[in-house]
Write a protein that binds this ligand. Structure first.
Ligand code: 5AD
Ligand code: SF4
Length: 408
């Protein structure tokens, strides 16, 4: 039977999908393009209602073409019920591997034992799953359950194998990597992976400000392979809103962390996540977010329009910011980001940077990332994907840089 996995959501879902692929291959199924597949596996995301709406439409389309369909991943019980009416099977990620399905011969109780199907140069490695933080807007503690850290030996082994297979960018993933507890601290895990032989970069996401400790700053500084890029989601620039979000830190504390990070690692690039239009977010609260963004001058901001999700605490609050207003606030943040980044990217012009080429976008055109996670467009007649290259920056825009291969 030919199968196709469709993945929604975060990098951790991608990693789960890669394990699903290996498992299905081992069971004698054949991976294929969507047009030839007889069986579809949708790995879903529930973070926002819009993702679930898209998944429902996709699922209906697949079933209307008389294909077999399994839905798995991040699902709330409310959505599970609805999906059960559409799909042939609705299973948790664990159940995909451990439930008897007619077309699967084998079972695997600990699916982390299954090696993900790697597609170099990027290796996604989930080091933990679930979350204990219960931010009032977030479904993760309900869909993925409580926090669980994988044993460090298992992670190190997985990283070694990925590097042997040619991966050059190791992403360590968790909802809150700072609270990793699989036999060592997160910093020590970074040290261990940094020791593995080979030419590769180490990245991680995501961190919670409440668990951020200064030893992580020292680790980033000391470990050569750990890149100078930090994603530290703030969610809002206003203390009152942070409290309602159940995010136990203040903006002063957040700024103190950023100050320490910048002082110790001057060339760090910073990204954050922000939710606009959380219940009760007035103009004055939003203004504080704008102020923070201007002060910190983030390199990237992942903006989410607040989406009420069943089971969460915020679902009981009044969703009182209109969709238009959420869009307006999102646009204001995007404009600031654009303006600030244009100034920042300008400073790259004429400089030489090391880039890891991630994909080919069209003939003679490639996309890559610097170690600071800046996007670089490269034109070249050579096949560059999967290589580190030296590039001279010849142009820039708010969203990235353009470079050409430097002569050796
Ligand atoms: N509405 C909008 N954005 C959300 N996020 C999580 N839950 C919601 C929600 N209900 C965002 C947060 C988080 C990112 C992964 O998704 O900013 O950091
Ligand atoms: Fe969700 Fe908060 Fe946990 Fe992140 S830390 S997964 S936003 S509950």
């Amino acid at each position: 039977m030919r199968y196709c996995v469709i993945t929604y959501g975060c990098q951790m879902n991608k990693n789960d999908s890669e394990r699903i692929s290996t498992f299905f291959d081992e069971n004698g199924l054949e991976s294929s393009l969507p047009e030839n597949a007889e069986l579809f596996i949708i790995n879903s995301c529930s973070i926002r209602q819009s993702a679930i709406d898209r998944i429902r439409e996709k699922a209906k389309k697949i079933k209307s073409e008389n294909k077999k369909l399994i839905i798995t991943g991040c699902l709330l019980k409310e959505d599970k019920k609805e999906m059960q009416e559409i799909a042939d099977y609705v299973l948790s990620t664990k159940e995909i591997f451990s439930n008897p399905l007619p077309f699967l011969k084998k079972k695997e109780e600990n699916y982390f034992q299954i090696e993900p199907k790697r597609n170099p140069p990027t290796a996604n490695i989930s080091i933990m799953t679930g979350c204990n933080n219960f931010c009032s807007y977030c479904v993760v503690p309900y869909t993925k359950g409580r926090e669980f850290s994988r044993p460090k030996e298992e992670i190190i082994e997985e990283a070694k194998k990925a590097i042997e297979k040619g991966c050059k960018e190791i992403w360590l993933l968790g909802q809150n990597v700072n609270s990793y507890s699989g036999g060592t601290s997160f910093s020590n895990l970074l040290y261990e992976i940094n020791k593995i032989k080979g030419d590769f970069w180490i990245r991680f996401t995501s961190s919670h400000p409440k668990d951020f400790s200064s030893d992580l700053i020292d680790t980033i500084k000391s470990c050569k392979k750990v890149t100078n890029y930090l994603n530290l989601p703030v969610q809002s620039g206003d203390d009152e809103i942070l409290k309602k979000m159940n995010r136990p830190y203040t903006i002063d504390q957040y700024k103190k962390i950023i100050y320490d990070v910048k002082k110790n690692i001057p060339n760090i690039t910073l990204s954050t996540d922000i939710i606009v239009g959380f219940p009760g977010e007035k103009e004055k609260n939003f203004h504080n977010t704008v102020k923070l963004i201007n002060e910190i001058n983030f390199d990237m901001i992942y903006i989410g329009r607040y989406s009420p999700r069943p089971q969460t605490e915020a679902f009981k609050m009044k969703n009182d910011v209109s969709q238009e207003e959420k869009k307006r606030r999102e646009k204001i943040i995007t404009e600031i980001l654009k303006e600030n980044n244009l100034k920042k990217n300008k400073t790259y012009k004429g400089k030489n940077v090391k880039v890891l080429v991630l994909k080919k976008i069209k003939e003679n055109s490639f996309l890559g990332k610097t170690q600071c996670y800046k996007t670089v467009l490269i034109e070249s007649q050579d096949e560059l994907v999967g290589n580190f290259v030296k590039v001279k920056i010849i142009n820039y825009s708010p969203w990235g840089l353009k470079g050409k291969i430097s002569p050796k």
